[in-house]
Design a protein around this ligand. Sequence first.
Ligand code: NAD
Length: 369
Amino acid sequence: MDIKKFNVGIAGYGFIGKVHAYGYRTVKFYYDDIPSEIELIGVCASSDETRRKAIKQAGFKYATDDFTELVKDRNINIVSCCLPNHLHYEFVKAALESGKHVYCDKPLALNVKEASELTEMAKKSSVKTQVVFQLRFFPAVMRAKQLMEDGYIGKVNFFRFLYLHSSCVKQTNKAYSWKAEFEKVGGGVLVDLGSHIIDLALHLVGNFKKVRATAKNITSPDKRTDDVAVLEVETTTGATGVLEASKIATGTNDEVRFEIYGSDGAVAFNSMEPNWLSVYSMNEPDSPIGGLRGYKKIETVQRYPDATGMPLAKFSIGWIRSHIACLHSFLYSIIYDKSASPSFEEALNVQKIIESSYESSRTGKTVFL
Ligand SMILES: NC(=O)c1ccc[n+]([C@@H]2O[C@H](COP(=O)([O-])OP(=O)(O)OC[C@H]3O[C@@H](n4cnc5c(N)ncnc54)[C@H](O)[C@@H]3O)[C@@H](O)[C@H]2O)c1
């Protein structure tokens, strides 16, 4: 596909809108295989102050408080959805109807109904669509996937995925955020953080067969939202696992962890130590006196196979680098006409698991997927 120029529109310039703008501005420093020009054209934000800031900070040509303006702008050929969850459906639907490539931050939509409709539309369209589950794009996670596909840990038997924040431990003096409102999130922490680790688990250990879940509110003012959720799942291959998403994890910052235990080995990751993947192999000799058996840390650092070396692979990695890699994969899919992933269909599956988990939490029963 001959894409000479990406003219970008970003709907939402809050926390993640800035990350997307930074990504479009810098991605060409990190990768040599994006020959297209990239220009930030339009941005949408509700406050006047944010709109002014977006123009000054990121260099957009114009700013608006009406996201349909970005969709109607025929000059824009690619849009990012960085709006609160309850606005994703309307914006993404309009963008698809206008034939724009869509890079949508998670979750795809508010519920399964909306996500199914968007997925159907995306399938019928000729544009590329991707959802931002950027955790897949840490080199340590990419290496874990490779090793598992190569049979390094054998058959997966048991796993744990955790996403931990402490933002709800104390509610006093907390600034207002739409994330505290049930209607705007479509739930609580299970949607906000849980969606990330559900995607990661599906990506690494495969599809789920059933889920039994508890989603609870401990401190949040809107009692319909949850600030801790625990899912007990079984995969279609018979592995058992636990997923925990919490904003009442006292002492944590932004911590994603997983441990995957197989018949021949194990892999483990902690996003607070993102330069390393821990691996364990039963094939290492365990004698004499333990032989060479034991967990070892693989130095995945910034060893992206397709990056330019800016910064060099040996430099420590950070959270934002995974966003750049995720955006790169999307732009690459457009330029070279490859399928984009995480796809809308994969995000729909995440949404189905979220809804089934809420159902299980309400009824106290296991839900078959
Ligand atoms: N992938 C990630 O790491 C990650 C991290 C944070 C947030 N997110 C996702 O990104 C999305 C946005 O989250 P955020 O934390 O950036 O939120 P935010 O509140 O910081 O920003 C939201 C932006 O949307 C704009 N907006 C809100 N209502 C609007 C309306 N009616 N019309 C026009 N503009 C409007 C606001 O002005 C603001 O610029 C959410 O879907 C969230 O789940 C993803």
